[in-house]
Design a protein around this ligand. Structure first.
Ligand code: SAM
Length: 324
């Protein structure tokens, strides 16, 4: 079992399979950004499989494929199948923007991806274009429906809530999710990179109270997926709304995760600089025992908490560079 210096058990790895994305959400990758990782520096599928095998031997049970947009990495479902087959990993999921999901849904399910989270900040075509930088509405909505048809369970809709941008759409999104049996998760924007800092933050605490009353929601006792969201559920239990509040009420004390970027850098916290480079070890002939020792050493670096509220200027990486 991997335990950090603060007694937290680390059993969840978020794996970024590319730092590239086909969208340019205003709070994430800056328009015109050219500094993506070189393909020669991307971990290969063999390297990923080997490193994740070492993580699994040390207790990692859950893996989420993310990015950038993970569906842009060629043959990603082959990678998913290889990760599913690793002894000890019993939960494989993906975060996606759904633009390419129609094409990939069946293969991903067959490869063992059981759950997906889809980013969807608005249901309005023009608003979506303004946020994502592309007329992506038809493709995204079709992708989400393909995910539903393919039987991913649950499908969680991630909505970054922004003051003056989509705050007026939260109720409509809740109703859309209730109608389709999706889980809605509202997310506070984090000051990652200039894009994150320049986005109008919306405190979700009052929104939570309002939604609880309007839809007669009750706090959910069971955690959905062991993540940071705190959930309220409809009384019939059919759907829930989660609140991810890194700014107004952080959840660092229960953090159970680390993030492996596409170039083999392990980030120990979204909001701190501590990191560990695995690519030199993987390409320098490290043994399995050396890899495991390096993972233990890396986990020792995990900081106690982020400082998004105290030092919002601190993190210059935007989310897609760390792996969302
Ligand atoms: N492309 C995939 C997707 O759309 O879900 C995975 C990567 S994306 C970077 C992961 C999540 O990070 C998305 O839900 C996105 O909205 C969120 N995100 C990006 N930048 C953020 C920020 N500054 N604050 C909060 N969430 C952010």
């Amino acid at each position: 079992m991997l335990q950090d210096r603060f007694g937290r058990t680390i059993e969840y790895l978020r794996l970024s399979v590319t730092d590239r994305c086909d969208l340019r959400c205003t709070y994430c990758i800056p328009t015109g950004f050219k500094g993506f990782e070189e393909p020669a520096d991307w971990l290969s599928f063999d390297e990923i499989e080997r490193l994740l095998g070492a993580f699994a031997r040390l207790g990692t049970r859950r893996v989420r494929l993310t990015g950038g947009e993970p569906l842009l990495r060629r043959h990603v479902s082959d990678l998913a199948a290889r990760i599913s087959a690793i002894d000890g990993i019993d939960d494989l999921s993906m975060s996606t923007n759904a633009t390419q999901l129609r094409r990939h849904a069946g293969a991903l399910r067959a490869a063992g991806v059981s759950r997906i989270n889809v980013s969807l900040d608005t249901l309005d075509r023009a608003c979506m274009q303004a946020i994502t930088g592309r007329d992506s509405h038809t493709q995204i909505m079709d992708g989400i429906m393909a995910g539903k048809e393919a039987g991913f369970e649950p499908i969680k809709i991630n909505m970054v809530a922004m003051r003056g941008v989509n705050e007026g759409e939260i109720d409509r999104m809740a109703e859309f999710c209730i109608e389709h049996g999706f889980v809605l998760r509202l997310i506070e924007v984090m000051p990652m990179g200039a894009t994150g800092r320049n986005t109008s933050y919306l405190d979700l605490q009052p929104i939570r109270a309002r939604l609880q009353e309007r839809y007669d929601l009750v706090p959910q006792a069971v955690e959905l997926g062991g993540g940071p969201a705190r959930y309220l559920a409809t009384r019939d239990g059919r759907t829930s709304i989660g609140f991810i509040t890194p700014m107004s009420q952080h959840f660092c004390a229960t953090c159970n995760r680390v993030r492996l970027a596409v170039d083999g850098t392990l980030y120990l916290c979204l909001g701190q600089e501590q990191k560990f480079e695995f690519r030199p070890l993987l390409r320098g002939g490290a043994s399995d025992a050396e890899l495991e020792a390096a993972i233990r050493a890396a986990i020792e670096l995990k900081p106690q908490k982020h400082e998004f509220t105290e030092r919002p200027e601190k993190i210059i990486r935007f989310m897609a560079q760390t792996g969302g």
